[in-house]
Design a protein around this ligand. Structure first.
Ligand code: SF4
Length: 344
């Protein structure tokens, strides 16, 4: 089991649930836009948000951001140890920085002392795009792990063990192998993700394969799905990966692929149901099926199901038919059954 680490009021590692995190893509200096995005991320289920701190203005802006954020903020810093210190002093609850990039030992020690004083963990790690020269001769998976462990050792040397590790690759198999390897070498909590996973579709595929595999093997304490696009989608995908593995409670909408028997627009209704009931945070399966011929059979594992007929839907609950309803009635009828479920 990994070590438990506290990031503000969010625990990661140990027996705690796998925590969803994402990263803003606004200018951190613009605290209004950044807070706006953090609030949206929070609303869809994000539990930790990372913001990059590339300059002093961004570190200043963190003060307002951390005071008003509904979730703990992680500051992402490259090289400049002063920005790391200022970020912690301005309320960041975790920092992402590699001590090996900061320079002299004095500077590392200064960051460590401030992180200790404020009880702020540090995430160290490696990613396939920036392997340090000294490890370039190694096979990629070994290089990722060695690079991350080197950073860990620097912190440990100063008695700092409030550490989270990442070893991300943009390649699915490398990501899997690197995390499998590092998980055997350390018990610090692991931040898992595929780096530079690409645009929406590629990211979903790569993240689901890599993170799905790792999580199924009980590797990973916090996840980030990285998408070249809207971070809100990162959180939605992360949540679905966790729900589909039974690691998080929530709504699962099953929908048939449709065929010539289809009586309704399955895609449209599945999206409507997903949207209307996305607030559900207990396990519930709703099936949307194009017809009754095979519909009830196909959806009998679902708690609630609707199957298309000529003038509307047949509604079924726990595999048994309730009644037939018109299009304009069906969402309300589903809602009544959900309320019934919630009372149970
Ligand atoms: S549920 Fe009906 S419409 Fe959907 S794929 Fe099966 S047979 Fe076709």
């Amino acid at each position: 089991m990994t070590k438990e680490i506290l990031i503000g009021n969010v625990k990661i590692g140990g027996n705690n649930h796998v925590v969803i995190q994402s990263m803003t893509n606004t200018k951190t200096e613009d605290h209004n836009s950044t807070l706006n995005q953090i609030n949206k991320l929070y609303e869809v289920g994000c539990e930790l948000v990372r913001v990059s701190v590339p300059n002093n203005d961004a570190a200043e802006s963190l003060k307002i951001i951390t005071e008003n954020s509904p979730v703990p903020i992680i500051a992402d810093i490259h090289f400049d140890y002063k920005l790391a210190i200022k970020s912690i002093q301005n309320g960041a609850k975790k920092v992402r920085i590699n001590p090996g990039n900061i320079g002299s030992e004095d500077k590392v020690l200064e960051v460590v002392r401030v992180a200790q004083e404020y009880k702020v963990p540090i995430r160290v790690g490696a990613n396939s795009g920036s392997i340090p020269k000294e490890f370039e001769h190694l096979p990629k998976v070994d290089a990722l792990c060695e690079a991350a462990l080197k950073e860990v050792r620097i912190l440990e040397k100063y008695g700092f063990e409030d550490i989270v590790i990442s070893v991300k690759s943009s390649d699915v198999k490398e990501t899997i192998k690197a995390y499998e390897k590092i998980s055997k070498l350390t018990n610090y909590p692991l931040h898992i993700g595929v780096t530079e996973a690409g645009t929406y579709e590629w990211s979903i595929v790569k993240s689901s394969v890599a993170l799905g595999y790792l999580l199924y093997k009980h590797i990973g304490d916090t996840i980030r799905v990285s998408i070249a696009g809207d971070p809100i989608e990162e959180v939605r995908i992360a949540k679905k990966i966790l729900i589909s593995l039974g690691l998080r409670q929530g709504l699962e909408v099953i929908a048939c692929p449709t065929c010539s028997r289809t009586e309704i627009n399955v895609e449209k209704w599945a999206k409507k149901v997903e949207e209307k009931f996305s607030y559900i945070n207990k396990n519930l399966k709703i099936a949307i099926l194009g017809c009754v011929v095979n519909g009830i059979g196909e959806g009998k594992d679902a708690d609630i199901g609707i199957a298309g007929v000529k003038n509307g839907f047949v509604l079924f609950y726990k595999g048994k038919i309730v009644d037939e309803y018109k299009e304009e009635e069906i969402l309300n009828e589903i809602e009544k059954l959900i309320e019934l479920e919630e009372e149970e």
